[in-house]
Ligand binder design. Structure first.
Ligand code: C6P
Length: 409
């Protein structure tokens, strides 16, 4: 597939950070699954907010506060469109995926999960989608069940179906694995869970930057994403939840904003989505999240998907040429993430050598220690691509790996 060079060049110009040398070499940034870089429009949105309308939201009668509130709420509407939720009541701003999952574990879990109930996750989950459920299950005397993966790093759907039963209260599953790149069959998983009356939480931290999300089509009950992985700011994200379920849930944190009336005798809670947004929120973060979604919409999903597929195919082809290199995660349906091992070399050593050549990859367990245990390895090297990456950069990685191989073996 031919990559549209001019469009990529135009996109890259929006990311000044990419245009620099590190360790005396032009930077190749392949750590996008950890966090993506930010375009000028996102950086400007933060700067403009502080320069022109900085003020607290939903509180002031004064004009600045109203301008800040309008911009903040405009972002919520853009987020609603981005995931295709029915109502802005279903869009709760959070710090990111980790907080979103914790919110559901705390608030849904403590209301609806009781002794003997079961929660299903999978072997490929990030720690954020393991530990909150462990804590909940321990507290509620519920049972955490783990759906296995096959040798390609795909969810074993037969085993998954066998785990689902009338006891299943919730399935919490990653949409796209950060370590393996596997794209899970979310719609099928949701259908199976709903057949037994279980709810489904989708961890879309890695899906949101790579493909169009549609919560109504998926029919998921909850979905989380992190702005910083989709060209937006850190410390910002959202939890989508079906309105009728969120209405039933108790607040996650308590304080300002989430209340309607407070007296020493009794407090009533604010309406959705404010019920789950205690305290002063990340106002500039929300405004910058809107800018990042605008940026994605401007490029368009067709182009993003086509470019990332081209990078994945080319990267897989080139890396496979390297003798002794093993790709970890070879799912048929895969996002632009390549985890690999270079012979017996420790991933950390490979990462440091590549860094010396100006190439940034992530190494280690990628916050998926249980997955690494299942695979019988300590960790991997991971190159994760974004729409602004190029074939030439993949060639740099290829050459860098050949040099690293010579040094380490
Ligand atoms: N994965 C990575 O390098 P936060 O930190 O809340 O924005 O996202 C947590 C998270 C949850 N689920 C998945 C699938 C993720 O990939 C991540 C973050 C980064 O892979 C940092 S560990």
């Amino acid at each position: 597939m031919v990559l549209t060079t001019t469009k990529i060049e135009t996109i890259r110009k929006q990311f000044p950070i990419l245009n620099q040398e590190l360790n005396g070499k032009p930077l190749v940034y392949f750590d996008n699954a950890a966090t993506s870089q930010k375009p000028l429009s996102v950086i400007k949105a933060i700067e403009d907010y502080y320069k022109t309308i900085n003020s607290n939201v939903h509180r002031g009668v004064h004009q600045l506060s109203q301008l800040a509130t309008d911009a903040f709420e405009e972002s919520r509407e853009v987020c609603r469109e981005f995931v295709n939720a029915k109502s802005i009541k279903e869009i709760n701003f959070t710090k990111g995926t980790t907080e979103s999952i914790n919110l559901v574990a705390y608030s849904f879990g403590r209301k609806f999960v009781s002794k003997g109930d079961e929660i299903i996750i999978s072997e490929m989950e990030h720690h954020s989608n393991i530990v909150p459920w462990q804590i909940l299950c321990e507290e509620r005397e519920a049972v955490l069940k783990i759906a296995p993966i096959n040798s390609k790093g795909e969810l074993d759907m037969e085993a998954f179906e066998n785990l689902i039963s009338a006891k299943t209260k919730l399935v919490s599953i990653v949409f796209i694995s950060n370590s393996l790149g596997t794209i899970n069959p979310a719609k099928r998983i949701i259908e199976l869970a709903h057949n037994v009356g279980a709810k489904v939480m989708l961890d879309a931290a890695q899906a949101a930057p790579h493909q169009k999300l549609d919560v109504q089509d998926l029919d998921c009950d909850f979905l989380s994403l992190s702005a910083h992985k989709m060209f937006g700011p850190t410390g910002m994200g959202l939890l989508y939840g079906k309105e009728e379920i969120l209405e039933e849930m108790l607040p996650y944190q308590a304080g300002g904003e989430m209340i309607k009336e407070v007296s020493f005798e009794k407090t009533t809670y604010n309406e959705l989505p404010f019920k789950f947004e205690a305290g002063t929120p990340n106002i500039s973060g929300a405004i910058a999240l809107k800018a990042s979604i605008d940026f994605i919409n401007e490029i368009g999903w067709d182009f993003i998907e086509q470019q990332e597929k081209a990078l994945l195919d080319y990267g897989t082809e080139r890396l496979t040429e390297i003798e002794g290199l093993k790709i970890i995660g070879t799912a048929d349906n895969k996002a632009s993430v390549i985890s690999f091992l270079l012979g017996d070399a420790h991933p950390f050593d490979v990462g440091v050598l590549l860094d010396n050549m100006g190439i940034a990859i992530r190494t280690g367990h990628h916050c998926c220690q249980p997955l690494m245990n299942v695979l019988g390895i300590e960790g991997t090297c991971r190159a994760s691509f974004a729409v602004y990456n190029t074939k030439e950069e993949i060639d740099r990685l290829y050459e860098g790996l050949l040099r690293a191989q010579k040094m380490l073996m």
